[in-house]
Design a protein around this ligand. Structure first.
Ligand SMILES: Cc1cc2nc3c(=O)[nH]c(=O)nc-3n(C[C@H](O)[C@H](O)[C@H](O)COP(=O)(O)OP(=O)(O)OC[C@H]3O[C@@H](n4cnc5c(N)ncnc54)[C@H](O)[C@@H]3O)c2cc1C
Length: 388
């Protein structure tokens, strides 16, 4: 295995044997199954759906959920899986995040027994794929303004509206769709094939090319009463799902940052400029490597502390905002610095850096932008909400 992880500060000593075993399993899967094909997938703008059965078999789908066939792993173990998957590609990690945190989690947390029985074993085993429809063309950072409406009609609901930028949208068998009703925002489980429900893919992306991103259209789309998530009432329900996904992102981006750092470190030892000296011997190059390893180390500790708090049931959304915002920002900067250290070679897909860099631009934006998480932190420390 060529990727051995990054551990400057004996952080591995803080993990249990079981946690290290889970990480090793995910690392081997990424190395052996994802890395060999991901460059071509990215070139072809293709999601490697052939990997779904293996992701399921390894227990990675809904890994930190309990029951209905889920692996019931700890949140730290789940985080380490996200890290290793995103070391390979953010698109693959996004698939797993959406399936587990944004589709299985709301069905498990807010769903009826019938919905759980129908969907959770299928989603866990990869027989079904899910997507999460919250964002709309005119409402991204402010989902509270959503226009999608569900109107009561007999023993069901009629949904009208449009969702966009939806990961897995056109490959999903089931969409968790958020809509405004007379009684506030509610979640609905909409099965593919429901009349009035259609998807179309977003093309021309320079980021997340190995991930499917779609728009969902709901036009006079009729669902049954039993398709509403009974326990999800108000915007706090989708926001709680986002907290689950953001937690995973806080770990995932560490994988991308480590891959960029390690690629640049190794390159700097073999690339020679000026008097046949490796560029690693130049002070300015070392300063960049020192910045990266320092920030990665701090981000590792933040992720681990978040995971331990989450395992104890003590984490707050504002903690997760700091984790997501900080770790995405340093990962993006690591990608930029690594690209710089590889010179011209840094712009090609012979190396993973430019792919990570482009992917991380999405990760900065989705699941709450950098700005929005700054405002969450700002509200936490001042008591004043500054979103408007
Ligand atoms: C590849 C990809 C996959 C995605 N997958 C999903 C998915 O599966 N499901 C889903 O529902 N959504 C998904 N999204 C959508 C994503 O969550 C939104 O893009 C995100 O919430 C930001 O919304 P927006 O793009 O409309 O930007 P906007 O909200 O228009 O923001 C634009 C800029 O304005 C800033 N801004 C906005 N309001 C404020 C404010 N009050 N204060 C300061 N700055 C502000 C933002 O920080 C940003 O810099 C995905 C997006 C991408 C790119």
């Amino acid at each position: 295995m060529t990727f051995r992880g990054v551990d400057y500060f004996a952080i591995d000593s803080l993990f249990s044997e079981q946690e290290l075993l889970v990480r090793q399993t995910a690392r081997r899967f990424a190395e052996e199954r994802v890395v060999p094909l991901i460059r071509d997938c990215y070139r072809e703008a293709r999601f490697p759906c052939e990997l779904i059965p293996e992701l399921a078999q390894l227990g990675f789908l809904g890994a930190n959920l309990e029951g209905y066939g889920c692996a019931g792993m700890s949140h730290v173990e789940y985080g380490l899986i996200m890290q290793e998957l995103e070391r390979a590609d953010s698109g693959l990690r996004s698939f797993v995040s959406v399936q587990g945190a944004l589709v299985m989690y709301p069905i498990l947390t807010y769903g009826s027994e019938e919905q759980k029985q129908k969907w959770l074993p299928a989603l866990q085993s990869g027989r079904a794929v899910g997507c999460f429809g919250l964002t709309e063309p005119d409402f991204g950072s402010n989902p509270a303004g959503m226009r999608t409406r569900a109107v009561k009609d007999g023993n069901g609901w009629v949904i009208d509206g449009e969702k966009t930028w939806i990961t897995n949208g056109s490959v999903a068998d089931v969409a968790v769709v958020w809509a405004r009703t007379e009684a506030g925002i509610r979640g609905f489980v909409v099965e593919r094939g429901t009349p009035g429900f259609a998807t179309s893919d977003i093309h021309g992306k320079w980021s997340m090319r190995a991930s499917v991103t779609s728009s969902l259209s709901l036009a006079d789309c009729r669902v049954r009463d039993s398709d509403m998530l009974p326990g999800a009432q108000g915007l706090k329900a989708p926001l709680a799902c986002l907290s689950q996904a953001r937690y995973g992102i806080g770990w995932g981006v560490l994988g991308a940052a480590m891959d960029c750092y390690e690629t640049a470190r190794q390159y700097s030892l073999v690339r020679k400029q000026f008097d046949d000296r490796p560029i690693a011997s130049h002070q300015l190059v070392q300063e960049k490597l020192a910045w990266m390893i320092t920030e990665i180390t701090k981000a590792q500790l933040l992720a681990l502390h978040a995971g331990r708090l989450k395992d104890q049931g003590k984490i707050e959304p504002a903690h997760i905002s700091m984790l997501k915002r900080n770790n995405v920002a340093i990962a993006l900067e690591c990608a930029r610095l690594s690209r710089d250290l590889l010179g011209a070679n840094g712009i090609t897909d012979e190396y993973p850096i430019m792919r990570h860099l482009c992917n991380l631009e999405t990760v900065k934006t989705y699941e709450g932008t950098d700005h929005i998480h700054a405002l969450v932190i700002g509200e936490k420390v001042t008591g004043v909400a500054a979103y408007r």
